[in-house]
Design a protein around this ligand. Sequence first.
Ligand code: AMP
Length: 197
Amino acid sequence: MSPAGPRLLLIGPPGAGKGTQAQQLSQAFGVPAISTGDIFRHNVAEQTPLGLQAKAFMDAGDNVPDSLTNDLITDRLEESDAANGFLLDGYPRTTDQVRHLDDFLAGHNTAMDAVVQLVADPDVVVSRLRKRATEQGRSDDDESVVRHRLEVYQDQTAPLIDLYTQRGLVVAIDGIGDISEVTQRIMSALASVGVTA
Ligand code: AMP
């Protein structure tokens, strides 16, 4: 067994609790949680050139173009803390991004260990996001933008679940419940496919 931690990704609709679970799993497995959404928001706040390019797409609830997103993830995955495993939250979101990630991993002689699909009912995620809009003031949590983000997820990201299922990598988890309860479900499902902390 290599001492390396796992290479995982979390996939699910906006509001399914990916960010929260990413933090829990990152601690449990000792690997960095890498959220492209967080990196974009940081760049928007700092008004970097990347942030200025990404902002309009984010405000509209659209995906930032693949070229920008793929460059960003390459840079992040090449940082030393990601050398021994990582947990991706919110990437890949399109088939082009899957291809990019496949090439990156192949180039580093490695591959994903598992894909955690967080399942949540659309009505539940819309009401969660409404709450987050009031609590965190995220400009893309406005109701009509939220609906659009869900459509973008259905169109562009949900198909990736089939793709990873064909590779035998997906564990599907009910994302509704207490934070620690959902984390436990994920940890047991991962253990059953040989991914342990
Ligand atoms: P999130 O925090 O994952 O919900 O992402 C917030 C926003 O950042 C999304 O609505 C997109 O505009 C942008 N974004 C985050 N990750 C990606 C990605 N992998 N590809 C394209 N856009 C992304």
